[in-house]
Design a binder for this molecule. Sequence first.
Ligand code: AFP
Length: 329
Amino acid sequence: MQTLAENLTSQAISPTLEKLILTLANTSKEISHAVRHGALAGVLGATEQENVQGETQKKLDIITNDMLKDALKADGKVRGIASEEEDYVVEADANGEFLVCFDPLDGSSNIDINSLVGTIFSVLPAPAGELTENSFLQAGRNQVAAGYVLYGPSTMLALTTGQGVQLFTLNPETNEFLLTDGAMAISKDTGEFAINMSNQRFWEAPMQTYISDLLLGKIGPREKSFNMRWIAAMVGDVHRVLCRGGIFTYPTDNKNPEKPYKLRLMYEANPMAFLVEQAGGKASTGYETIMDIQPTEIHQRVAVILGSANEVDMCLEYHAQDYSEEPSL
Ligand code: AFP
């Protein structure tokens, strides 16, 4: 089986990007080790700290953030870093070619129940000049690489450099990522959806109607039964979509009018949208293609609808309709 290093050499990418991806992959091996030791290493549980988005940080959020930050600063080709767990952008090497955005431990609320978590990353070109938050405000379309590492029963790396999606599995004996799927492809159609149903009453009319029709199954307008899954870690849900198709959404809701969206554009939506598009799927907010959004701030959040192309298109048809005359559900 091809190693990650061998596979990268066969891709049309620069040696510096190749090295950066290996830096990210090698750090994820250390994160995998820390996650696996769990309570034995005293790394479970919350801290007293909150991140800039007002979320309580888990011990592992901070540990994994520091591991990635240190490794990327030492890489030599990283100009700057933006992390879900950092208030501000972090300067790395003055001569760096790349900006790296990451969520060091997505789904960290799963950690204490020994369920799926992962690391998500996105690599952008570094613009010339002084490093500021503005340097990072590039559309997802600019990404030169993106991926995630899923810390599950096995540790897996899904990667794109714009040449399809490759899946690697960490061999625990040799500590080497080996290519186990050279061309991940999302089925166009699906009978599976992923959404946090407990928020149903807070969704907008298009999503209310779309999900109601899925739930009606064979007796509804879709004339087909749908199954539902929710891991509460985007990395796990998107991995399932990449493996066997599906539609995943965290839509707009009015639970807290000051926070209508949950997922972060730079650390979650953009890298996952790049992977999904490269695997033949689609990713949208309901009104806009995620990869085309011009960001206005690094920690900004967006609505996300992604997965099997025909099912995302169907969901977008619901969003294109006029609901103004209908009573709210
Ligand atoms: P955490 O990393 O803070 O646990 O959040 C994970 C996440 O952003 C995303 O990975 C999940 O899809 C989503 O939150 C789950 O949200 P709910 O807890 O509202 O279902």
